[in-house]
Design a protein. Structure first.
Ligand code: FAD
Ligand code: SF4
Length: 597
């Protein structure tokens, strides 16, 4: 396999007099998958992406050591990453009145903001209002997949049929059996590493070579076995064996760089939408891409009420354009997609397109995180160093609450993400005791002995958690900003208390000394797993989309990202977003050929 690192050229001078078969808004996991499926089925597709096409390898500089960077990875003066306190004490828009020239979301603060300063949006240009929310956005070809954390999990019928299981919320209009073949397709097309565990609540993928667990992680895994719980190597959306059908991606060489900074892999072993989906789609000859194109309205044919295209603004010139298409596919990410639907008001759709139910923007859900535990594996103190950090992830402990049991205080569950062992920066060095040579010995002796994990819990989908358009605030292009009406509830708070107690209990059961617990619940939005603002359902009165992510109101309008999710599950969403988009676009392509959309 000869790797082609050079991306196919993008056509910026797109022919807008043409009517495309489909126009896709957004180029992340959802938009990329829509482009892959539709172009391989012969549809002529135009993709509009608000961000730039970046020379991503030069942005990520995955193999750069901290000491090779003039500021150890920090962004240049004038840049600022929002902190927990800023999100918590102040209210949005967070960049208002900031004296910094550029304000980025908190992700930039994860030890290397120079690497994401052009990928994340500048909050100054992209304000939002309302309740506190750490909204992380990436406007670039590929969206957030350029820097995602790679944990690639499936949902199960504990999620799809959650209401049947515990009475809360609504079931999805599909079951695991409907989606399983598409999860398989995603696994085979993109590559995923992991180990089979045969768990009904965390179905296995078609895995490539797994990453090794470290000594401390194996110790924890053994301890958990006795409690009937499971610790499995990080299920990473990474190709560890390589993909013969994709010439833009290399197999993983275990350089651990993606785990060192806020994501990103410059040889694209970790999935990203451009190399995984978009460049191969361009190779079909059926995909045209226009970057710097901010969609602000789904255009409607006033005679039929159907979608006829997209109105967009060029982000660089601020000029307005229209793109014409027979089918419109919205894939701008959960909150941006809701914003676009709400912005698309017409006489046929006075509350926004596809919103006759009034549910667009509502049932907004995600994951709650923050609580966690840090432990010391005493057997490792003073032992010679081992090479532990060349991995794209550590471990995952799947949900164990409210499966067969019923917890007092909360419904649904949470999983833990964690890792232990040696890493590029010695764990807890700043907290070590001593001075001079004694301090250095203390740091070296303990460097590989720490293990830590943090919970990710399901936030319940609630109608009263929603976003709408702010009547006054606008972004730098004059497009109305989103306003949040969103807060965690009692279920989330109780679940977070349980995370701390359960984490401690598990470490103790494994013979790992607990040296710290985190009880703080991070600000709403912190998980970057926003979902549910245009949910699927069988009843057009209480849902926006049908099981194929097709608008109940407008049959040539599809919304193929996380906004369609009925509940958040506690498993990370990206693999499900792509499996659903694959299924829906396959349906769309066959209906298109029959002339039914
Ligand atoms: C640091 C980080 C870690 C993460 N870790 C994980 C993880 O471990 N596991 C997991 O499952 N998920 C993870 N995620 C989340 C994951 O990245 C998202 O679930 C996924 O990218 C969603 O895909 P999407 O296509 O819906 O949105 P995005 O990837 O955000 O793509 C949306 C695209 O639409 C474009 N767009 C937006 N508005 C418009 C408009 N008006 N007009 C035109 N284009 C527009 C954007 O510029 C963007 O390129 C992580 C995210 C981040 C940032
Ligand atoms: S560990 Fe693998 S996926 Fe991560 S940066 Fe290195 S090669 Fe890429």
């Amino acid at each position: 396999m000869t790797l082609v690192r050079v991306a196919p050229p993008l056509a910026q001078d797109v022919d807008l007099s043409q009517t495309y078969d489909a126009v896709i808004v957004g180029s992340g996991a959802a938009g990329g998958m829509a482009a892959h499926v539709l172009t391989t089925r012969g549809l002529k597709v135009l993709m509009l992406e608000a961000g730039k096409k970046l020379p991503i390898e030069q942005e990520l500089r995955s193999m750069q050591w901290p000491y090779d960077h003039p500021r150890r990875g920090d962004a240049p003066p004038g840049y600022h990453s929002l902190s927990f306190n800023e999100y918590t004490i102040r209210t949005p828009p967070y960049a208002k009145n900031s004296t910094f020239q550029h304000v980025m979301s908190y992700v930039g603060g994860w030890g290397g903001s120079d690497y994401v300063k052009n990928i994340l949006v500048d909050e100054k240009n992209h304000p939002y209002t309302g309740t506190k929310y750490a909204w992380v956005r990436a406007r670039a070809l590929g969206g957030k997949t350029n820097i995602w954390g790679r944990l690639a999990l499936r949902l199960s019928d504990y999620d799809f049929k959650g209401k049947t299981h515990d009475g809360y919320g609504d079931d999805w209009p599909i079951s695991y059996a409907d989606l399983e073949p598409y999860y398989d397709k995603v696994d085979l097309y993109l590559g995923i590493s992991g180990v089979k565990e045969n768990l009904p609540h965390l179905p296995d993928s078609l895995f490539q070579r797994p990453n090794k667990l470290t000594f401390g992680e194996v110790k924890l895994r053994d301890g958990l076995k006795k409690m009937g719980r499971v610790l499995t190597p990080y299920r990473a959306g990474v190709t560890t064996d390589g993909l013969k059908h994709n010439r833009y991606r290399s197999k993983c060489y275990g350089r651990g760089a993606c785990d060192r900074r806020p994501g990103g892999c410059d040889i694209h072993a970790a999935f990203d939408s451009p190399t995984g989906l978009i460049y191969p789609a361009m190779d079909t000859g059926n995909l045209t891409i226009r970057t710097n194109s901010i969609a602000h309205e789904v255009l409607v044919d006033s005679n039929t009420g159907k979608a006829r295209g997209i109105a967009f603004i060029d982000s660089a010139t601020h000029k307005s354009y229209e793109a014409k298409a027979k089918v419109v596919i919205v894939a701008a990410s959960t909150l941006e997609s809701a914003r676009l639907l709400l912005l698309s008001r017409s006489s046929a759709h006075p509350n926004g397109i596809g919103n006759s139910s009034g549910h667009v923007g509502h049932n907004f859900c995600e994951h709650v995180m923050g609580p966690g535990v840090t432990g010391l594996v005493k057997d490792l103190v003073g032992k010679p160093p081992t090479l532990d950090d060349g991995r794209p992830g550590g471990f995952y402990i799947p949900r164990f609450r409210n499966l067969k049991d019923r917890q007092p205080g909360f419904v649904r569950g949470y999983g833990f993400e964690g890792s232990g062992g040696f890493s590029i920066f010695p764990g807890k060095a700043t907290g070590a005791a001593g001075f001079g040579a004694q301090f250095k010995k203390e740091v070296r002796d303990h460097a590989g002995a720490f293990i830590g994990m943090g919970g990710f819990g399901e936030v319940l989908a609630r109608y009263e958690n929603y976003v709408d358009l702010d009547p006054d605030a606008k972004d730098a292009w004059g497009v109305p900003a989103l306003r949040f009406h969103y807060q965690f509830g009692d279920n989330e708070r109780k679940m977070c208390e349980d995370m701390v107690a359960a984490g401690r209990e598990m470490f103790e059961a494994a013979g790992i000394e607990v040296v710290g617990t985190d009880e703080k619940v991070l600000t709403e939005g912190w998980s970057i797993h926003e979902l549910g603002t245009a949910r699927m359902g069988s009843d057009p009165k209480t849902s926006v989309l049908n099981q194929f992510q097709q608008s109940h109101d407008v049959k040539n309008l599809f919304v193929v990202d996380g906004s369609s999710h009925v509940s958040a599950s506690c498993q990370n969403p990206t693999w499900t977003i792509m499996a659903l988009a694959w299924r829906s676009c396959e349906y769309l392509a066959s209906e298109f050929k029959k002339g039914n959309v």
